[in-house]
Design a protein around this ligand. Structure first.
Ligand SMILES: Cc1cc2nc3c(=O)[nH]c(=O)nc-3n(C[C@H](O)[C@H](O)[C@H](O)COP(=O)(O)O)c2cc1C
Ligand code: SF4
Length: 441
C-alpha cells in the first residue's frame, strides 16, 4: 500500500461509505448501480430543504475538517442568513503533513462527493459551489472534472436538476499547496483572487458572511461525502454508528512506524490501540511503541498507557489531545520525539502566513529552542523556555488556529515525554535514531 499517494483504501463492511468504494475510481454508471444519486433524487423530490437540515442534525454529523463542528447547525446558520446569493465550498486543501483521506475519497468515489455537494447546495439555497482543491492533486482534479461532466450529462448537475427548479454550477478552484490555504477564511481570499491570509472572524463567519460578503457553507470533502448516505438511510441510522456524541465513521490516515500504513474507515469510538495493532499490524519489526499523535502535528501525542482511549472528538479532548482530521502518526522507540516535534515546528514556522506577530515570531522561537535541545546544545532553562513559550502563545492566534496547533504538539511532547528532552540535555546529543516518518515534510 502506498500511503503517501492515497492509492488504496481499506474498509470494513458495516460503515457508511465502504460499499461505495473500490480501488479503481467508480464510474457514474457503477455508482448509480450501487444506489448512487438516489439520495439527491429523494432530497429534491420528497424533502424540503428544512427537512434535510433536520435529518443532518438528527444524524449528529460533525465536521471532518478538524474542528468537529455540528454540520446540521452550520447548514442551519447558512440557510437562515440573508445575502444576494449563497455559496457552498468543499474543502480539499489537505495541506497537513501525512493527511491523504480526502484525496483517497475522491480517487475511489468522486460522485459520492458531487452528490453530497449538490444536496448541501439545495438545502442551504446555493446555486454556485466550489471544490477547492490542492494544486498538487492533479489526478484527483481530472477525476472530478470528468465526474462533473458525467453528472451534468445525466441531469444530476446544471440547469433544473432532475426536472426540478433547482440549478447548480460546481466549479473547481485550485489552491496553493500550503497548510494555511485550508483555513476557511484564507480559502475565501483565494477564491476571490487574493493571497492565502486568514481573515478576522465575526461570529459564524463565513456561514453568515463569506464569499463576496454572502453566506457561505464551508465543509470538508469527507463531511460532504457522508451526506448522500444520511439522506438515503436516515439520520437515525447514522446516529447509531460510532460514538453517541461523535456519530458515524472517520477516514483515518495511518502513518509512521507501523507495518501497514494506509487509509482506514472506522467507526468513531474505535480504540486507538485497534487502529495501530489491528489495521496497522503493529510497529515495524524490531520496534517498540513509544507515542502516537492521534490528530496529526496540531495535537498532543499520546502515551502507551492512553492507548485504550477512544478515537472520537470528545474522548481525545478529555485526555488533552485531539482528533483533528484523523491523521494518526505512530512513533516507535527508534524515532526521536524531540526530532519529531522539531520537524513539526519547522513546518509551522514555514507555513505561518506572517500577519500575526505572535505567530510569525513565536513559531521561529519555538523552532530555535527545540533545535537547540535536539542538537545537544540546550540546558534546563531552554526546556522551561519551551514550556513557557507554548503556554504564552497557545491562545494568541489572532486570525486562525495555526499557532495554537503549533504549540499543542510541543507542549504535549514535553509533558508526556519530558525524560527524552532531559536526556538530550544531559547527554549533550540525540541518542535516538530518527526514522523519517513524515512523508511530506
Ligand atoms: C491552518 C488551518 C488549515 C486547515 N486546513 C483544512 C483543510 O485542509 N481541509 C479542511 O477541510 N479543513 C481545514 N481547516 C479547517 C477549516 O477552516 C474549516 O473549519 C473546515 O473546512 C470546515 O469543514 P467541516 O465543518 O466539514 O469540518 C483548516 C484550519 C486551519 C486553522
Ligand atoms: S495565526 Fe499564523 S497562520 Fe494564522 S493568520 Fe495569524 S500569522 Fe497567519
Amino acid at each position: 500500500m502506498n500511503n503517501s499517494s492515497g492509492q488504496r483504501i481499506l474498509l470494513s463492511n458495516d460503515i457508511p461509505m465502504s460499499e461505495f468504494h473500490s480501488i479503481a475510481t467508480l464510474s457514474i454508471d457503477e455508482y448509480i448501480s450501487k444506489g448512487g444519486y438516489k439520495g439527491l433524487s429523494k432530497a429534491i423530490s420528497e424533502l424540503k430543504p428544512a427537512d434535510i437540515i433536520e435529518e443532518v442534525k438528527k444524524a449528529g454529523l460533525r465536521g471532518r475538517g478538524g474542528a468537529g463542528f455540528s454540520t446540521g447547525k452550520k447548514w442551519e446558520i447558512v440557510d437562515s442568513s440573508t445575502g444576494d446569493k449563497k455559496y457552498v465550498c468543499c474543502n480539499v486543501a489537505e495541506g497537513e503533513p501525512n493527511t491523504f483521506k480526502d484525496r483517497s475519497l475522491i480517487r475511489s468515489n468522486p460522485h459520492q462527493l458531487i452528490e453530497g455537494i449538490t444536496i448541501a447546495s439545495y438545502s442551504v439555497g446555493a446555486n454556485d459551489a466550489y471544490i477547492y482543491i490542492n494544486e498538487k492533486y492533479t489526478e484527483e482534479t481530472a477525476i472530478l472534472e470528468k465526474g462533473l461532466r458525467d453528472a451534468k450529462e445525466k441531469g444530476y448537475l446544471g440547469e433544473e436538476i432532475l426536472g426540478s427548479k433547482f440549478s447548480l454550477n460546481i466549479e473547481i478552484k485550485k489552491c496553493p499547496d500550503k497548510y494555511v490555504t485550508g483555513e476557511e477564511t484564507a480559502m475565501m481570499e483565494i477564491i476571490e483572487g487574493w493571497s492565502a491570509k486568514p481573515r478576522q472572524k465575526p461570529p459564524f463567519y463565513p456561514s453568515s458572511r463569506g464569499l463576496h460578503g454572502n453566506p457561505t457553507l464551508v465543509n470538508n470533502a469527507e463531511t460532504l461525502s457522508n451526506i448522500p448516505h444520511i439522506i438515503l438511510k436516515g439520520g437515525d441510522w447514522f446516529s447509531k454508528i460510532g460514538s453517541p456524541k461523535s456519530p458515524g465513521t472517520m477516514v483515518f490516515t495511518l502513518s509512521g512506524d507501523v507495518k501497514r500504513p494506509g487509509i482506514y474507515e472506522l467507526p468513531m469510538g474505535t480504540p486507538l490501540r485497534k487502529i495501530i495493532y489491528d489495521c496497522g499490524k503493529g510497529l515495524n519489526d524490531g520496534m517498540v511503541f513509544k507515542a502516537v499523535f492521534p490528530g496529526g502535528p496540531s495535537n498532543s501525542p499520546v502515551t502507551e498507557a492512553q492507548l485504550d482511549t477512544l478515537l472520537d472528538f470528545d474522548s481525545l479532548r478529555d485526555i488533552g489531545s485531539g482528533l483533528g482530521s484523523a491523521t494518526v502518526i505512530v512513533i516507535g522507540d527508534s524515532t526521536c520525539i524531540v526530532n519529531t516535534v522539531l520537524k513539526f515546528s519547522r513546518f509551522f514556522m514555514e507555513e505561518s502566513c506572517g500577519q500575526c506577530p505572535s505567530c510569525q515570531m513565536g513559531t521561529v522561537k519555538l523552532f530555535r529552542l527545540i533545535k537547540k535541545v535536539e542538537d545537544g546544545n540546550g540546558d534546563m532553562s531552554d526546556l522551561k523556555d519551551i514550556e513557557d513559550t507554548c503556554s504564552l502563545l497557545k491562545n494568541q492566534s489572532v486570525y486562525c488556529h495555526l499557532l495554537m496547533g503549533a504549540t499543542l504538539s510541543v507542549e504535549g511532547a514535553v509533558k508526556n515525554f519530558r525524560s527524552e528532552f532531559e536526556t538530550h540535555i544531559n547527554e549533550k546529543k540525540c541518542i535516538y535514531k530518527s526514522e523519517d516518518i513524515l512523508a511530506t515534510i
